[in-house]
Design a protein around this ligand. Structure first.
Ligand SMILES: Cc1cc2nc3c(=O)[nH]c(=O)nc-3n(C[C@H](O)[C@H](O)[C@H](O)COP(=O)(O)OP(=O)(O)OC[C@H]3O[C@@H](n4cnc5c(N)ncnc54)[C@H](O)[C@@H]3O)c2cc1C
Length: 234
């Protein structure tokens, strides 16, 4: 193991330790950073042709048994800022757990992010694939993102610059998500409606995080190696 200031580099790390499939061969370098600044400098120092894989919680990543001859950037524990900017706007780092964002929104009486509660990943992973559940998805809530490129520069990009569809996002160009700004809806009644909007009608058409998690618990296996659904919901 080599340690360079705030960067920890582990060589020949088994990726099976870092994916929910609990499978995958060795990665040449597995990199953990104590800060975004250190990470930016480290990435800028890499050769242009170095293959990079950013990793959240590895709940949607399958690495082949032959491993990965590049550098994995672990984002857990870095980019963890989570802040209420104004009444309905949240800034969240790519290293924030999706479930934490859901709880943060609920605490601040904001609707629209409940579906994140059961997604076992970080926001970087959710942004990369437009994660969603129960009719909600990531990108309709996003107004802008910050990205880090290979030169170690952080840029702000508008959501409109990205093209998203069911579990797919286009628009990243040799850059990775650092944060996202989310616009949500203020809760008017006791709960949010099923479509993520503030409830205005019957209280029967309501959901909350506990209900969503209970629904998930009976319909999906937990505690086993998987990456969740591998089919497209109708
Ligand atoms: C039991 C189970 C249930 C699940 N349920 C759902 C569900 O209901 N809905 C759903 O959408 N998904 C679901 N998933 C899949 C997965 O949890 C989500 O896709 C999640 O958003 C992935 O986040 P992650 O941090 O684990 O991503 P990872 O697996 O670490 O990464 C996924 C992809 O995103 C890229 N990436 C990660 N961070 C960044 C970044 N900062 N910038 C750019 N690219 C990045 C990676 O390179 C990789 O290509 C489930 C998985 C499991 C195991």
């Amino acid at each position: 193991m080599t340690k360079l200031s705030d960067i920890k580099i582990i060589e020949n790390e088994p990726m099976s330790k870092h994916t929910s499939w609990r499978a995958g061969g060795l990665v040449k370098r597995y990199v953990q950073s104590a800060s975004l600044t250190a990470l930016a400098s480290f990435i800028a120092s890499l050769p242009d042709n170095e293959e990079l894989l950013w990793l959240g919680l590895g709940s949607n990543t399958l690495v082949r048994d032959g491993g990965f001859n590049g550098t994995v950037i672990a984002t857990q524990g870095v980019m963890t800022q989570l802040e209420l900017i104004d009444e309905t706007t949240i800034y969240a780092g790519a290293g924030v757990a999706s479930a934490k964002l859901a709880r943060f929104c609920a605490k601040h009486d904001l609707c629209g992010a409940d579906f994140f509660a059961g997604i076992p990943g970080l926001l970087g992973g959710a942004l990369a694939m437009n994660a969603g559940a129960f009719g909600g998805e990531t990108w309709p809530l996003v107004t802008e993102v910050e990205t880090l490129n290979r030169r170690g520069e952080i840029n702000t990009r508008q959501a409109a610059e990205f093209e998203y569809a069911y579990r797919s996002v286009k628009g990243l160009n040799d850059e990775w998500f650092v944060s996202a700004t989310f616009k949500l809806t203020k809760k008017l009644k006791a709960r949010c409606s099923g479509d993520g909007q503030a409830a205005t009608g019957s209280e029967n058409n309501t959901v909350d995080i506990k209900q969503l998690l209970a629904k998930r618990a009976v319909s999906q296996p937990t505690g086993v190696a998987s990456c969740g659904s591998v089919f497209r919901n109708p």
